[in-house]
Design a protein around this ligand. Structure first.
Ligand code: KG4
Ligand code: ZN
Length: 338
């Protein structure tokens, strides 16, 4: 089956074509809106929706051309139904429904987080089920026990900010442009991660939950301490050291909780997905765990159409021609079957 995957839940318009028999990605096209939103310091939902509308047709045409297929070769259309920004979600959902009607093909609604979570399956070296999944993105920091496709048990999550959000907010405090997480980690490589001791929130809590907002507050306090009396800007070296020390704290929390999640479940495989999964320090720390650790390729860490096409291919039994036109801006992965 040839699955067309469409993603528009936030600030990336993603399209991909996946062959479920060959288990092979045929083509993908992506447009990131990061540069457009950077001017405002965050995602502007209305601008995001409009840009998806402007891009989606061209990206789908480009993808069909790259894969060298005919429109009728598409067997099924998978689209992100949620969670995400309501208006943005409507773009891929609306386009999917229109295309399905015109080609007389079935649709599969996909849960965005399931797409992230299954994205390591796009690699040659695929994890087997069951595994522990760490979903670490701009909106979520969660551990799941994944027994099989569609069987997701939430083990724990951040009680406040997501890890990516903490990276982005800390980057902003350091004067880096939105979204900042990747740039912060690039600058951290020049710094001393022991220069400042930032808290490891909830590191020793009995449960697996995490907190990242006080870490960001500790960075703010440190910046004020360094600059307030002298009314000066942070030096480059101070920025590098704060970035490195912040990253070391965030990574240690995630590594410790990952270890606990593996111990608690008795599982030996860990799958890491989501934007922060691109972080090299996190990758290096998790690779040292006594477990098989899987990451998506860097290009599949942030939002994309390939992970949606793949998730669609895993749910071919759920394809339907007649569907109510709904999106689910708020949708827990543990409610995936509702
Ligand atoms: O998964 P994603 O594209 O979007 C959501 O669904 O949230 O993740 C985006 C998040 C942003 O917070 C971004 O700053 C963060 O992932 N991110 C990183 C890195 N690359 C992206 N955070 C830390 N280190 C990175 N290298
Ligand atoms: Zn995402």
């Amino acid at each position: 089956m040839l699955v067309l995957g469409l993603e528009s839940s936030c600030d990336e318009t993603g399209v991909a074509l996946y062959d479920s028999e060959k288990k092979q990605l045929l083509a993908h096209s992506l447009h990131s809106q990061v540069a457009m939103h950077a001017e405002y310091g965050g995602v502007v939902p209305e601008l995001a929706s409009r840009d998806h509308v402007d891009r989606i047709v061209g990206l789908v045409e480009e993808c069909v051309l790259k894969a060298n297929i005919a429109w009728q070769d598409i067997d099924v259309i998978a689209y992100t139904q949620g969670p995400g920004l309501g208006g943005a979600l409507l773009v891929a959902a609306g386009f999917a429904h229109g295309l399905a009607l015109s080609l007389d093909k079935p649709l599969i609604p996909v849960h965005h987080l399931e797409g992230h979570l299954l994205s390591p399956l796009l690699s040659e070296n695929k994890p087997q089920f069951p595994f522990v999944a760490l979903l670490v993105s701009g909106g979520h920091t969660q551990f799941f026990k994944v027994a099989d496709i569609g069987e997701y048990e939430l083990l724990c999550e951040s009680v406040d900010d997501a890890a990516g959000e903490a990276f982005d907010k800390t980057a902003k405090l350091l004067g880096l442009p939105y979204p900042g997480g990747a740039e912060l980690s690039r600058l951290a490589a020049f710094g001393n991660d022991k220069a400042y001791t930032f808290p490891r929130p909830m590191l020793h809590s009995k449960d697996l939950n995490m907190s990242f907002s006080c870490l960001k507050t500790a960075v703010l306090t440190k910046i004020m301490e360094l600059t307030q009396d002298t009314q000066r800007e942070l030096s480059d070296n101070e920025i590098y050291d704060i970035a490195a020390s912040f990253q070391a704290a965030a990574v240690e929390v995630l590594r410790k909780k990952a270890q606990k999640a593996l111990e608690l479940t008795g599982l030996t495989r860990l799958v890491v997905a989501g934007g922060v999964g691109a972080n090299q320090a996190l990758r290096a720390a998790l690779k040292k765990l006594n477990a098989e650790v899987y990451f998506p390729e860097l290009q599949w860490c942030t939002d994309n159409g390939a992970m949606i096409a793949l998730a669609g291919a895993m749910h071919l039994d759920q394809r339907e021609k007649t569907q109510s036109f709904t999106v689910k801006p708020r949708w827990s992965l543990t409610d995936i079957n509702n």
